[in-house]
Design a binder for this molecule. Structure first.
Ligand SMILES: [Zn+2]
Length: 170
């Protein structure tokens, strides 16, 4: 049975062929009272969806599925920017599983959609109102990939979009 596609803008899975996540739209006038801009908020876990995807992949029996046939950009990103994790791949049990953190925000202008480490995000957070972070796990061995969770960083006060390269983002 195919996994039903989410109709919410946030989405639960990566795009067709395991494409990197896409930005969601946010009301530019939205503000929020935030005590600590570095503390993740609006945390959404996608582990239930991962279990379903995993079951569907097992049922496919050919060993081939969307989750195991990712977009080449995702594999390249995993090879160059992947953060190691203690977790093992849910499909092949490989310990080579890595995490990618994509950050989206209108405030980032042309830099929205880039991959950042947890530490880089923590440094950026106080300088922005809303940073949408998408954490994706990717296995370089079997190509399993899945959106693990999403969360928001920033102090809740939106800034005008960046136009020029900032040292922060290099
Ligand atoms: Zn794997």
């Amino acid at each position: 049975m195919p996994v039903p596609r989410s109709t919410t803008p946030r989405g639960y899975r990566l795009g067709p062929g395991g494409s990197p996540p896409q930005a969601q739209r946010r009301d530019p006038k939205e503000t929020e009272d935030v005590a600590d801009p570095r503390a993740p908020r609006h945390w959404v876990d996608h582990l239930l969806q991962r279990r379903r995807t995993l079951s569907a992949a097992v049922l496919a029996a050919t060993g081939s599925s969307d989750a195991l046939d990712p977009h080449p950009d995702l594999l390249r990103a995993a090879a160059h920017h992947g953060e190691p994790t203690e977790a093992t791949c849910p499909w092949c049990r490989s310990e080579a599983l890595v995490l990618l953190r994509y950050v989206f925000s209108d405030e980032l202008g042309p830099f929205s959609g880039r991959i950042k480490t947890e530490r880089e995000l923590s440094e950026m957070a106080p300088d922005f109102g809303f940073l949408d972070v998408y954490v994706v796990e990717v296995c370089p061995d079997c190509h399993w990939n899945h959106l693990l969770h999403t969360y928001v960083l920033g102090d809740g006060q939106p800034r005008p979009p960046l136009r020029r390269p900032a040292d922060l983002l290099d």
